[in-house]
Design a binder for this molecule. Structure first.
Ligand code: ZN
Length: 357
């Protein structure tokens, strides 16, 4: 039996953590915890957010058993693992399922480590990317504020007169895959801004990497807060301040291309929805053979989308005739480096097939 001094602590006292309440983290014994993840609307289809820190203040590796009570039976097949790590280094730890619980046994090295369903990309990660992008020459504009008062930030580069590619990400807070893709797009564009980059010769890029900062800060799964909207589908037609700011920017930018990065839980498929069938086929053939794009694609054309009035992707397509790609990469069997490669390759490929002037 380990004494109290050797006990592992689980910390959720930071923005982005889920579960959020002390009562949702139960210490069963010093190295055995039960967690009850939180969802703002109870939708099991998006309840894939777990984000806590394991704190091992000793000098020895500590065993830890986590029981995660998801309170949803429908999507348990997606929840038989966790990632442990920090920054760019993450390890996939398989677990086992018992009813609506996943049981994960792991070894925790000394120090503080995130335990999460996905490699973590929270608001501090975005602030770091934002600082680096500005240092690399991106123009920043704060296009508005969220209901919670957080800045909605657009970063742009390229010639003002060029047709625009509008990149948005992180409408759904648990979907960190998209954030690592956009983080790498910012790095690539920042490095190449001084050169004759084929993307910037052809297009202006306007990126809003963090469209739902309130939801990310609160550890939400899909919405901005409890009772808040799912902005990507209703944002141009709702009272939410972040949605309105994005709708105004979309109308001002009038993009030629619209890329919306998400993420999802399918293991053997990446997601794509598209506006133009020929461009879709061309993109598939351009990406074919790249070792990171090794999953099948799953998705539908926008023409088959449910007709939601405030949907940003539909608005970009119908109001501005933009070439739209809504992309949901899967984390399964991929590293952060893979996801970064996914993001920059996707941007280069889409910019190669969308017509310029
Ligand atoms: Zn999504």
């Amino acid at each position: 039996m380990l004494n109290q001094e050797l006990a592992m602590k689980i910390d959720n006292r930071y923005e982005g953590a889920n579960p959020r309440l002390p009562g949702d983290m139960v210490e069963l014994s010093p190295n055995h915890w039960r967690l009850h993840p939180w969802s703002e609307d109870g939708d099991g289809n998006y309840k894939f957010c777990l984000n806590v820190k394991a704190v091992n203040d000793t000098k020895a590796i500590q065993a830890l058993i986590l029981e995660v009570e998801w309170a949803d039976s429908e999507y348990m097949d997606c929840r038989d693992y966790l990632f442990i790590g920090r920054d760019e280094d993450w390890t996939f730890v398989p677990g086992r399922l018992e009813g609506t619980r996943s049981i994960i046994e792991m070894q925790i090295p000394p120090g503080q480590w995130y335990l999460s369903m996905h490699p973590v990309y929270d608001l501090p990660n975005f602030e770091e990317d934002r600082r680096r992008a500005i240092a690399n020459g991106f123009q920043e504009s704060v296009i508005g504020r969220s209901q919670g008062g957080r800045e909605i930030v657009a970063l742009s580069c390229g010639r003002e007169a060029s047709p625009a590619i509008f990149v948005v990400c992180r409408f759904h807070p648990y979907e960190t895959a998209g954030s690592f893709c956009v983080s790498e797009m910012l790095r690539m564009l920042g490095q190449q801004m001084a050169q004759n980059d084929p993307i910037l010769e052809k297009f202006r890029l306007v990126l809003v990497p963090m469209t739902n900062p309130d939801g990310v800060a609160s550890g939400c799964c899909k919405r901005t807060q409890r009772g808040g909207p799912d902005i990507c589908h209703v944002g141009t037609d709702c009272q939410d301040m972040a949605g309105q700011a994005l709708a105004e920017l979309l109308a001002a930018v009038k993009p030629a291309g619209y890329i919306d990065l998400h993420g999802w839980m399918y293991r053997n498929h990446d997601g794509m929805n598209w506006s133009n069938d020929d461009q879709y086929q061309e993109l598939l053939s351009v990406l074919d053979g790249d070792p990171v794009f090794n999953k099948k694609w799953k998705g539908i054309p926008l023409a088959e989308y449910p007709d939601r009035k405030g949907d940003f992707a539909l608005g970009a397509w119908r109001d501005h005739q933009a070439s739209v790609f809504v992309i949901s990469p899967s984390w399964f069997d991929r590293t952060v480096a893979d996801m970064r490669h996914f993001g920059k390759t996707l941007l280069k490929s889409i910019c190669a097939i969308i017509p310029g002037q």
